[in-house]
Design a protein. Sequence first.
Length: 94
Amino acid sequence: MADSPGIYRWSTYFHDGDTTDVLYQQEEGILNLPIGSGVLVLGKCYRVVDSWFSYDDNGTFNLGQHVFLEKATDEDNRLKRIDPHYFRDIPDAY
């Protein structure tokens, strides 16, 4: 059985574009997200501002794809316009 196109064996790390902190790590990553792509990470909408692949397993950035994100603006956030209730500031009280 062949792997799906765009899936590879290294992780993808989604970084905050300002601080380079890792927001999320995906074990089998998506290859080549274009700049400007929208990404939903942990309930927050981001845009891809840069993307690098690292073969340096001894450096600051691990082996794999590193995607740098910035928060999507309200004007450019199509997901929030479609379903604004999903993105409310106060979580449901149980």
